[in-house]
Design a protein around this ligand. Structure first.
Ligand code: PGA
Length: 253
């Protein structure tokens, strides 16, 4: 197993600050011996308390979204500096739920990615095709477009701060992950695209897989040569399941 593998939990709109604290104290204890890199994206209101809870461990805390502007009259938004001050080190951007439910487009996501990089937050850029696009054979076209448009203007020197998460929309929260061979092929294609078209060196930008990962199937993906880690939604809410996934990295499944 590649030592650089990264496991990211995405809690979405789950857990209050108090629940987050209890969960992360347990996770910290369970991962005491783990050398794996573990990041957890928590709700905004839980970031500070989560950062406090994971002190003394290598676990990093991040946000699940941020504004594309530094500050302003934007009711309900949160800025990069607010995330940083709370102790976040990374932010998930362009998740398919943000794209679909909140109508975020590649142009806005691109502004967010560049701002996060400029401010010193590691962006996890989510890309992925819908079931319809997949059925129409448009997967590569959709992914390349998302990469090209969302990463426009990102400098090669920023490649190692950037993370890509391939999450086919139809695999999210469905208990049916994408096929292992398909994921390996798509990750390979995306890495080639990053290197050839965006001059982002493939060994620097990590590409994670996300979509219905659990403790039983995580190992199948972690052994793939072009998969650098996992973005875990539902299974990250259960501390035991998440710890089991993390230990598969360390054990080199
Ligand atoms: P899931 O979610 O693991 O529950 O499928 C993944 C995600 O949305 O990031």
């Amino acid at each position: 197993m590649d030592k650089a593998s990264l496991i990211v939990g995405n809690w979405k709109m789950h857990k209050t600050a108090q629940e987050a604290k209890e969960h992360l104290l347990r996770l910290k204890a369970l991962l005491f011996r783990s050398l794996a890199e573990v990041w957890v994206a928590v709700p905004f209101t839980a970031i500070s308390i989560a950062v406090e809870a994971v002190k003394g461990s290598k676990i990093q805390i991040g946000g699940q979204n941020m504004s594309d502007l530094l500050e302003g009259a934007l009711t309900g938004e949160i800025s990069a500096s607010m995330l940083l001050e709370a102790g976040a080190t990374f932010v998930i951007l362009g998740h398919s739920e943000r794209r679909r439910i909140f109508r975020e487009d590649n142009f806005t996501i691109n502004r967010k990615v560049k701002l996060a990089l400029r401010m010193g937050l590691s962006p996890i850029l989510c890309i992925g095709e819908t079931k319809e696009e997949n059925a129409a054979g448009e997967t590569e076209k959709v992914l390349y477009r998302q990469l090209r448009e969302c990463l426009k203007g990102v400098a090669p020197s920023q490649a190692d701060q950037l993370i890509i998460a391939y999450e086919p929309v139809f695999a999210i929260g469905t208990k049916e992950p994408a096929g292992v061979e398909v994921v390996e092929e798509i990750h390979h294609l995306c890495k080639n695209f990053l290197a050839e078209h965006l001059q982002l060196q493939e060994e620097k930008t990590r590409v994670l897989y996300g979509g219905s990962i659990n403790a039983a199937n995580a190992g199948n993906f972690l052994t793939l040569p072009h998969v650098d880690g996992l973005l875990v939604g539902g299974a990250s809410l259960d501390v035991q399941s998440f710890a089991e996934i993390v230990y598969q990295v360390q054990n080199g499944v």
